[in-house]
Write a protein that binds this ligand. Structure first.
Ligand SMILES: *Cc1c(COP(=O)(O)O)cnc(C)c1O
Length: 230
């Protein structure tokens, strides 16, 4: 199947469930992205700042770019003028820098707090306790040019569907609690970004509102060095 065919098939599923599809285009050439674009897709996700900036410059300006990978504070300035959503906020320090650069760009930047739910050493993210501490902090209360739109999580990379389901269930439950406690009056706190190619069906069952899908649409990624996987 072509990229367009794959996209249309997945888009049908996500539309039926009222879920936003973020097409993950990392490592893929602009030509592949344009094939998805021409099939109607406008939301794309990248995990590296430099690649994201290059693609933003080269590709149509009505694309909404989402940053889904770990973000270093010193790179925020490169994406602040145009980024649609940052899924990977994992510290107050990073959030303060995003706010600072958003002020410079005269805009409000939509962010998700990345929550650590996987049973793995390597994944970034806040623990449940750290997320609560961040939201309660005075530093957070001062930030006016960021808007927390919800939470993001990455499940363990495993074939154990029960485990994946439990991790997504916990994140969904945490999302509801956070909304009740800290965002009750803010309708804009409404996004739960969870699910990728291998587990998006499970994520949608567990109330995901946003899935991030790459390889099912574009085919497997090729890395020069296998250590760079993910
Ligand atoms: C690469 C990546 C994805 C997409 O992974 P696929 O398995 O290709 O669908 C989703 N989320 C994040 C954070 C990623 O880095």
């Amino acid at each position: 199947m072509s990229i367009a065919d794959n996209l249309i098939a997945i888009k049908k599923e996500t539309d039926q469930n009222n879920v936003t599809l973020v097409v993950v285009s990392k490592t893929k050439p602009n030509q592949d992205i344009m094939e998805a674009y021409d099939a109607g897709q406008r939301i794309f996700g990248e995990n590296q700042v430099q690649e994201l900036v290059e693609k933003h410059e080269a590709l149509p300006k009505d694309i909404e770019w989402h940053l889904i990978g770990h973000l270093q504070t010193n790179k925020v300035k490169y994406i602040a003028p145009f980024i649609s959503m940052i899924h990977s906020v994992d510290s107050i320090k990073l959030l303060q820098e995003i706010n600072k650069q958003a002020i410079k760009a005269d805009r409000v930047i939509d962010c998700l707090l990345q929550i650590y739910i996987a049973d793995e050493e390597t994944k970034y993210g806040l623990s449940f306790d750290e997320a609560i501490e961040l939201l309660r902090s005075d530093e957070f209360a001062e930030l006016k040019n960021i808007r927390i739109r919800g939470l993001m999580g990455i499940a363990t990379n495993t074939d154990n569907e029960k485990q994946i389901k439990e991790e997504f269930y916990e994140l969904d439950t945490f999302f509801d609690g956070i909304k009740q406690s800290y965002f009750r009056k803010e309708d804009s706190f409404d996004e739960l970004s969870m699910g990728m190619s291998s587990d998006y069906h499970i994520a949608i069952e567990q109330n995901s509102t946003m899935v991030r899908i790459g390889s099912t649409i574009f085919g497997a990624r090729q890395y020069p060095d296998q250590n760079l996987l993910n």
